[in-house]
Design a protein around this ligand. Structure first.
Ligand code: ASP
Length: 598
């Protein structure tokens, strides 16, 4: 078999002159040398057609025994995913055989020499056409999956996105600096990945959840403007779109106001879209206060591709006879409404299903009325008087007929629940403008949230975020009302990045730690190096970080992070290709002074 001879030869028999997918009508008449994989093979007896694939696409090859019997024999033996080297002449296809679907479709290559550089096992799934294979299989044979045009396109677009970001940052004086992977825990709200230190038995490094503290220290160290495409590690239970390791474009600047960070980040995002998609973004992006975003969209990452805003109906229902609402208002809860226009009708059954879902998942009740020329219909309509109806119609902005959905409950629960319902209905009734890129900034986040679970204040962003200077007085009296100098960039309902102006004063940092339940001693033990650094003329500083994978996903128009990462992990944090994580040799564990107690 000729393939065996070549498979043992580590260099191709001839240099490549062109990529398969790059040949065009203008190349007709040229002698070319190509390498590539057999995408498809059609045997017409004497004539054999092979579509040969490389990273640029596919080209049709013709093997005619009259041109070269040896090459024809190679084509006869070749099967899907064999890697071939061929030589031949580019010719124009005859009019009837031009393939308009294919960028190379006006030409084909008449092969005069061919070698199998390596044969292939039959691939476990087809590499062309819609991806029908289960994801587990795609990940196990990732090298085959990566050959698919979609994956090739996605990873190249990701590369272009990063090029755009780097070009912009470079042009604006940012310096790329790498920070260590073996470091101490940086709290970003997830569990740490730990790495035992062999030479310091019983001690562990933590893989960075982000380079947060190090980038702050780089500002103390005088670099003024830093960025890094940084690998980050967070040991979380993997929800749909999370990966245990991911990349951030991590940025820090000396002395910015929030608007300066926004302007820089918008410029970078514009460069990303320019490089990766040839799309011009409109700037500046609108800004929305956190409180307004929650009030109007029930989310701190609102999808602005459609309207359907929430309305607060608490005042309109003041003094209501409907007991459920009256009790809720009495408790200090709020009532939120969502007015669906008449064109978007929900059946009784659908309303019941939505109510059931809200009840089981969030223990919240859903009330509704249908408003039409025939009056108000629905289980609660009879409790609502004429004046009240007039107030509600006005508050909810109901112009004519429609369905009004209502949720009563604590604001912290009712708003997100309504926000979720809004998204569900937006998708169901196809209200979203699918081609729109709705960027915005969410600003004025609260500094703290209260964790019922831990019975203490927790940071909404992270503990190094500066309180809003106007709210410093609230730290002592009403910390939950204090705002942070934090901001998120949101696109079409996805958080693309987030950051803040930082605390650059050690005393203030200690006070914030204290509010978070981290006493002075613990703070010094864990973050003494940061507190020390802040004590040596640390300049004011702030920054932001963007999820590269999320950006790539949006640029490529896919809805899975795994489609824009070369080697992602499954929901169980496993790599099906290599089998990581794996057991290790007991000798390695002994060296690390570690005993596994399963
Ligand atoms: N370190 C933050 C994060 O990973 C981003 C930042 O505050 O710059 O979310």
């Amino acid at each position: 078999m000729p393939e065996h001879r070549q498979a043992l030869t580590p260099v191709p028999p001839w240099r490549r002159t062109d990529y398969c997918g790059a040949l065009r009508a203008g190349d007709a008449g040229r002698e070319v040398a190509l390498w590539g994989w057999v995408a498809t093979r059609r045997d017409h007896g004497s004539l054999i057609f092979i579509d040969l694939r490389d990273r640029e696409g596919i080209i049709q090859l013709i093997f005619n025994p009259e041109h070269d019997a040896g090459a024809h024999a190679v084509a006869e033996a070749a099967r899907a995913e064999y890697y071939l080297a061929v030589k031949g002449r580019v010719v124009r296809r005859s009019d009837g055989t031009v393939n308009a679907e294919l960028p190379t479709g006006e030409v084909e290559v008449i092969v005069t020499a061919a070698e199998v550089l390596n044969p292939s096992q039959p691939p476990p799934f087809p590499l062309s056409g819609p991806d029908s294979a289960a994801e587990e299989v795609r990940l196990k044979y990732r090298y085959l999956d990566l050959r698919r045009p979609e994956m090739q396109r996605n990873l190249r677009q990701r590369h272009q996105a990063l090029r755009g970001a780097r070009a912009w940052l470079d042009a604006n004086g940012f310096i790329e600096i790498e920070t260590p992977i073996l470091f101490r825990a940086t709290p970003e709200g997830a569990r740490d990945y730990l790495v035992p230190s062999r030479v310091n038995p019983g001690r562990f490094y933590a893989l960075p959840q982000s380079p947060q503290l190090l980038k702050q220290i780089l500002m103390v160290g005088g670099f003024d403007r830093y960025y890094q495409v940084a690998r980050c590690f967070r040991d979380e239970d993997l929800r749909a779109n999370r990966q245990p390791e991911f990349s951030q474009i991590d940025i820090e600047m000396t002395g910015p106001r929030p608007e300066d960070v926004h302007e820089m980040a918008e410029g970078m995002m514009a460069a990303i879209y320019q490089y990766a998609a040839g799309i011009e973004l409109q700037r500046p992006f609108p800004r929305l206060r956190y409180e307004d975003a929650m009030e109007r969209y029930g989310s701190d990452k609102p999808d602005l591709r459609f309207g359907l805003e929430l309305t607060n109906l608490s005042a309109a229902f003041g003094g209501t006879q409907f007991k459920v609402f009256a009790d809720a208002l009495e408790r200090g809860d709020a009532i939120y409404g969502l007015a669906l226009p008449a064109a978007n009708q929900l059946s009784r059954r659908e309303l019941d299903d939505l109510a059931e879902d809200l009840k089981t998942r969030q223990s919240l009740g859903l009330a509704w009325v249908k408003i039409s020329g025939d009056g108000w219909q629905g289980p609660i309509a009879k409790f609502l008087g004429a004046d009240e109806r007039a107030r509600v119609v006005q508050a909810a902005g109901i112009a004519a007929d429609g369905t009004l959905l209502m949720i009563a409950g604590p604001r912290g629960k009712a708003r997100p629940a309504m926000g979720e319902l809004r998204l569900k209905l937006g998708a169901k009734f196809a209200l979203r403008n699918e081609t729109a890129l709705k960027f915005l900034w969410i600003v004025d986040f609260p500094l703290f949230d209260y964790s019922e679970e831990e019975k203490r204040l927790v940071s909404v962003n992270h503990p190094f975020t500066a309180p809003h200077p106007d709210d410093l007085g609230l730290l002592a009296s009403a910390p939950l009302s204090a705002r942070a100098l934090a901001y998120d960039m949101v696109l079409n309902g996805q958080e693309m990045g987030g950051g803040s102006i930082r605390i650059h004063n050690a005393e203030l940092q200690l006070r914030v730690f204290e509010l978070l339940g981290i006493g002075r001693d613990e703070a010094i033990a864990k973050f003494g190096f940061l507190l020390d650094a802040l004590g040596f003329g640390a300049p004011p500083h702030g920054g932001i970080a963007f999820g590269v994978d999320r950006i790539a996903m949006m640029v490529c128009g896919t809805d899975s992070l795994r489609d824009v990462m070369a080697f992602p992990k499954t929901q169980k944090a496993v790599d099906p290709m290599s089998g990581a994580p794996s057991e290790v040799d007991p000798r390695q564990l002994r060296e690390l002074s570690i005993k596994v107690a399963l």
